[in-house]
Design a protein around this ligand. Sequence first.
Ligand code: SF4
Ligand code: SF4
Length: 181
Amino acid sequence: MSLPLLPDRTCGACVECCRAIPLDLPELAKPTGELCAYCVEAAGCSVHAIRPNTCRVWFCLWRVVELSDDWRPDRSGVIVRPDGIEDGVITLYVIRPSDFLASPDFFATVAGWIAEGVEVALSIPGPVGTYPARAVVTDWLRPAVEAGDPAAFLGRVLRSLDKLAEHDFQPDGVVARYAVA
Ligand code: SF4
Ligand code: SF4
């Protein structure tokens, strides 16, 4: 998928997609949650000029839509996934719990999406090498959104994440292969 990027936004020190997103290509395969061996923490891709096409076209929605700087995934702990957006679904991939989930920014943004009719899903990673868990939570969050109640909203988000953590995470079957040359 290739979405138009915001012109003045760069990934900076964030490398979260190089860890969170699985790759299973002839030249590069890495299990879900394994930091790509070509990635230098806080610096980025060491094979940038010859990186696979998948890496060239995959960007989280923080690079695409006007979300605040606090939403950058390494700061927020939330990757806003691009897949599903054409179908009106936004998936918030919570790679680690953080205070950002309790912020007015997070509440106002997600509440705004739901109020506009966007479906919202929450997702969390399992152990390295397993598929993540994911559930659409729009209707579960809606009462707190309609009440304009950030505390109730946070409570529902956290209960959703706790429920997802009980998921039976299945192996993704990807065997690491680093052959970009
Ligand atoms: S090849 Fe580069 S861009 Fe692709 S996952 Fe590895 S470090 Fe990230
Ligand atoms: S998760 Fe988003 S901001 Fe972070 S490196 Fe990937 S595309 Fe850039």
